[in-house]
Design a protein around this ligand. Sequence first.
Ligand SMILES: Cc1cc2nc3c(=O)[nH]c(=O)nc-3n(C[C@H](O)[C@H](O)[C@H](O)COP(=O)(O)OP(=O)(O)OC[C@H]3O[C@@H](n4cnc5c(N)ncnc54)[C@H](O)[C@@H]3O)c2cc1C
Length: 464
Amino acid sequence: MIPAMPSTGYRGLSLWHDTIDDIEPRPSLDRDLEVDVAIVGAGYTGLWTAYHLVTADPSIRVAVIEKEVAGYGASGRNGGWCSALFPASLRRMAAERGRDAAVRMQHLLHDTVADVGRIATAEGIDCHFDQGGYLSVARNPAQLERVREEVAEHREWGFGEADHRLLDAHEVTAFAGVSDALGGSFTPHCAAIHPARLVRGLADAVERRGVVIHERTMAADVRSHRVVTPHGTVRADHVVLATEGYTPTVAGRRRAIAPIYSLMTATEPLPEHLWAQIGLDKRTTFADNRHLTIYGQRTRDGRIAFGGRGAPYHYASKVSPLYDRDERVHAALRRILVELFPVLDGVTFTHAWGGNLGVPRDWFPSVRHDRHTGLAFAGGYVGDGVATSALAGRTLAAMIRDDDPDDLASLPWAGRTSRDWEPEPLRWLGVNAVTALMTSADWSERRTGRPSRAASAFWAALGQ
Ligand SMILES: Cc1cc2nc3c(=O)[nH]c(=O)nc-3n(C[C@H](O)[C@H](O)[C@H](O)COP(=O)(O)OP(=O)(O)OC[C@H]3O[C@@H](n4cnc5c(N)ncnc54)[C@H](O)[C@@H]3O)c2cc1C
């Protein structure tokens, strides 16, 4: 169990929590409750589900049970890429439900990016949404080969220049002054956001529409028609589990999802003369094409928020605030960012934080609702949950209401279940071996310029 943080402690969770108003927790559940839908977890998944339920039918009674406060988890801490990225490839999606469903899913993901911005505006949520697209830079020949393959593959699926296009080195530099750029790709389907503003704003928006949110209330047992908490039981026709990287801490679900830590760092607000050299004028989000993912954004207040993987997986899927910081990984992130933008040498880094991603055994997110038990789940987004969770919430609401005019229940991720992870110590060995493999593959690609065969074999085994 994660110890509760003091009410004054939320500001320390991330740059994002540090740049919003102080959080005053909502009242905990202190009695039994009966509603139509009980949702466990007040991150994007839980709140988008609540949002779509009550906008479709204002009479539905929805309660959200949150162990800490809305936005305590990954939804308040992430890199702020509201993107159309999806952890499973189009090929794998097609293997689930056919080619048309895969292409439809990708189009819906594209649309969802803009939907998030549109709904935020309509609800008065100033989440600093700027759809400046996503720049993927190739900084060695192996990365360039991968970028070319990715764009070519998108073409085969019918996506054109307007969705994803190759850039030469000169074009990359027009977006951003990244060092060693050999080329890259650009997609407009990504917006930079302030994640905590979005999740806190969503909580307020659903509350205005009658959803009850109980914070500082831990669901000790989540089962059919029932959520048991220390001070009351919520009875409901439908129960939604929206706990993503915390899912292994919920009774009976230890192997459902592996909590993988992603860590972030942020600079001080940078002066204009540095921005003149860095670029990113439209707040285009950026990464290079290494295997061990990195991601960055220019914030509205003129910082760079930059993150990446590489933190260890902890034995038995343990989750703890102690794992949010790892000086070895944070130092590596600061070093990589300065490598990307050498003009940052000497700038002050003001924040270091982290959080957990939910990684399913097959890296394929799911959204499902069992009509007989009333139990529902959405998640397993790996690191691509910001926009994806909005589509998941819309899909779950349609499934729960049994009213699905857009036929979202036939999408490739609907109704499926990933198999459980292996028991320990295999899980610990496997997950940490993959991190080591990716680190060494990146190192070898940088040195030789040739794509790593070991990493390619890993992605192929995953069906990517
Ligand atoms: C550092 C980092 C960077 C990321 N960057 C990006 C990015 O740039 N773009 C992107 O698309 N995705 C990114 N992600 C992933 C994305 O943030 C997540 O996929 C998404 O926020 C998941 O939302 P969620 O609501 O499913 O889970 P969460 O936001 O984690 O919410 C789960 C909630 O459940 C609560 N909870 C847990 N257990 C219980 C319990 N027993 N009882 C009651 N409540 C409980 C938690 O307190 C938490 O608030 C990143 C993630 C991290 C950690």
